[in-house]
Design a protein around this ligand. Structure first.
Ligand SMILES: [Ca+2]
Ligand SMILES: [Ca+2]
Ligand SMILES: [Ca+2]
Ligand SMILES: [Zn+2]
Length: 588
């Protein structure tokens, strides 16, 4: 893990800022798409501090009278309305009253709650993603398109490519600009997710993806593509890609969610917490389950791309391949074999021959040799200690060969019934958490993904045939810019938990008020809070007072000049989002 210091070199921060699309987004004017529905109008944030609630006090001319009357500056409503509108909208789309946490917490930008460099929140570094469509004969060869789009637009775009009119995405709008006029359905659509491969990652390593760059003019590249909801973690964003719905509709709201009062994880019981059907669920069933539908991924939280398999009434057992540790302690824990957990095997089919695909040792050797010495190390990292090489970029060419074997053996794209294939590549995400997006390890990973993309395109041209397939490439979220570069600080959840319990819990029973602190949310035992005669607003106000010295993680030195600076931009009870005067979208 990179060491965390409290303050950066300003020059370095500026340099990364200039390189990153995200920074221009924060200072740019809002761009409103002409073809979006209200729910998806999105992409660029409005300038921070320009919202009605913050300008009302100084008599700013943009204040709407009704907003000024109804929101008190400094109140929870005032704080919520003071953050950029697009960030608030994303937060609302990511929240459900029955499943999500009770308090929203928004650290000041680039600071973060927790460890392992999370990529969770409404900020551009987490939200800005690549969105590229490619497929001669099906996709317009036009390069960049400006209209803002979100991940919820992928499923309805696939539906249009398939001429599948019965699919109505709850939230997303099709990316019509991408579709060539008069196109007929391709034999195969492949959706590829570079997990955590946001625009900041690609902009930081501009020279590492020459092949993708060379494809851009031959396809359609959305230069204002965002996730569209917050929190931004893997499970819910894969489900948004699959369903065309935001988490408030599809129900996979975060990596921790409440089901019947208990906090659990999204795929603990298989696909059943995913409320909406995916495009694949509905299209496959409508076609009599004749299409070949499958996903090659890493862990079960990636399966929101694919859907419910035979759990969806009338659906069949689609192909699903992951490599998850049984009863894993974290959602990302991987093992050596491709597999499916017993609960997933009830609804999906696992093609076991994929474990026989050879050549991984050679892939590891290539990574070892790339740094100039065959010494068991990838750069300075012991390959053995990185899941015997699977946590190095060696997994990328290997997984691509596994994918090709699956396409060949299962017959994806072989006949005229269009098929759907979904792929998650996880190496960029792993590197972002361990070495950061600013590391040379990340450069290696992006370069390996680019090489694998070339390999896949050439394979599909040969196997399925040029002009017979479409590829969509995106990311489920971005990666955190590390504190030494961004100037953000690490906020430890421990003093937040103990502080809330000490301040508000005096009834001397053994039930604490705080159930769980997450990067942008806090789960609260509201009954316990009520018994202590306190409210979520009381707790939110207390959070707003926390300073850098209050929340320092163990072993992190606090810059004395900033020790008394507060660390949160906003904290408010989640439920107020439904009635905020500054969020009319919530009342439509
Ligand atoms: Ca199916
Ligand atoms: Ca080496
Ligand atoms: Ca087919
Ligand atoms: Zn992810």
């Amino acid at each position: 893990m990179p060491s965390v210091t409290s303050r950066p070199l300003p020059a370095l921060a500026l340099a990364v800022c200039l390189a990153a699309a995200a920074c221009s987004a924060s200072s740019g004017a809002e761009v409103v798409g002409t073809r979006s529905t209200p729910r998806e109008t999105t992409g660029r944030v409005s300038p921070a501090g320009a919202s009605p609630a913050t300008t009302s006090k100084s008599g700013g001319g943009t204040t709407s009278p009704s907003t000024a009357q109804r929101v008190q500056p400094g109140s929870p409503e005032g704080l919520a309305c003071s953050i950029p509108h697009e960030w608030l909208l994303r937060t609302w789309r990511g929240w459900r009253p029955d499943r999500s946490a009770e308090i929203q917490i928004l650290p000041k930008e680039y600071s973060f709650v927790g460890s392992g460099l999370p990529h969770v929140g409404p900020w551009p570094y987490a939200q800005d993603v690549p969105m590229f469509w490619y497929g001669p004969g099906h996709i317009q060869a036009q390069g960049a398109v400006d209209r803002p789009v979100t991940l919820a637009g992928i499923a309805p775009t696939q539906a249009e490519l398939l001429h599948f009119d019965a699919f109505h995405a709850p939230d997303g709008m099709p990316m019509d600009e991408a579709i060539a006029s008069g196109q007929q359905p391709p034999k195969l659509i492949v959706v590829v997710v570079w997990d955590a491969g946001g625009m900041d990652v690609l902009n930081r390593w501009k020279g590492a993806w020459p092949y993708l760059r060379s494809l851009v003019p031959q396809g359609t590249w959305y230069s204002h593509a965002t996730v569209g909801s917050s929190p931004t973690s893997t499970a819910q964003m894969h489900a948004t890609i699959g369903t065309g719905a935001f988490p408030d509709h599809h129900g996979i709201v975060a990596h921790r969610l409440r089901i019947a009062g208990e906090i659990t994880t999204p795929w603990a019981e298989g696909p059943q917490w995913l409320i909406d059907p995916t495009l694949a669920d509905l299209y496959d069933r409508a076609m009599g389950n004749q299409p070949i539908v499958g996903e090659l991924a890493t862990v079960s939280i990636h399966l929101g791309l694919l859907g419910h398999g035979s759990m969806w009434g009338g659906g069949d057992e689609d192909l699903a391949v992951i490599r998850e540790v049984a009863n894993a302690e974290t959602l990302g824990e991987e093992t050596f074999q491709w597999n499916l957990s017993p609960i997933l095997e009830e609804y999906f089919h696992f093609p076991s021959y994929l474990n026989d695909v050879p050549g991984f040792e050679q892939d590891v050797q290539t990574v070892d040799a790339a740094d100039g010495r065959i010494d068991g190390k990838w750069r300075s990292n012991s390959i053995d200690q990185l899941l015997q090489g699977f946590d190095t970029p060696a997994r990328i060419p290997y997984q691509t060969r596994v994918l090709e074997e699956m396409i060949r053996r299962e017959g994806f794209g072989k006949d005229d019934v269009p098929d759907l294939l979904f792929v998650n590549y996880k190496e960029i995400d792993y590197i972002s958490h361990v070495w950061s997006m600013d590391s040379p390890e990340m450069r290696d990973a992006v370069a390996a993904q680019d090489t694998a993309l070339k390999e896949l395109v050439e394979f599909l041209n040969q196997q399925v045939g040029e002009g017979n397939w479409v590829l969509a490439l995106t990311a489920d979220h971005g990666s955190m810019i590390p504190p030494r570069v961004s100037g953000g600080i690490q906020i430890s959840p421990t003093p937040i938990v103990s502080g809330i319990n000490q301040t508000f819990d005096h009834d001397a029973d053994s039930t604490p008020i705080v159930e769980l602190v997450q990067p942008t949310q806090i789960f609260v035992n509201t009954a316990e809070l009520r018994q202590n005669r306190h409210t979520l607003t009381d707790v939110s106000r207390w959070i707003m007072g926390l300073t850098e010295s209050d929340v320092a993680a163990p072993g992190v030195s606090v810059d004395p000049a900033h020790a008394n600076d507060t660390v949160f931009q906003a904290a408010f009870p989640s439920s107020i989002m439904s009635t905020l005067p500054c969020l009319p979208e919530a009342r439509r």
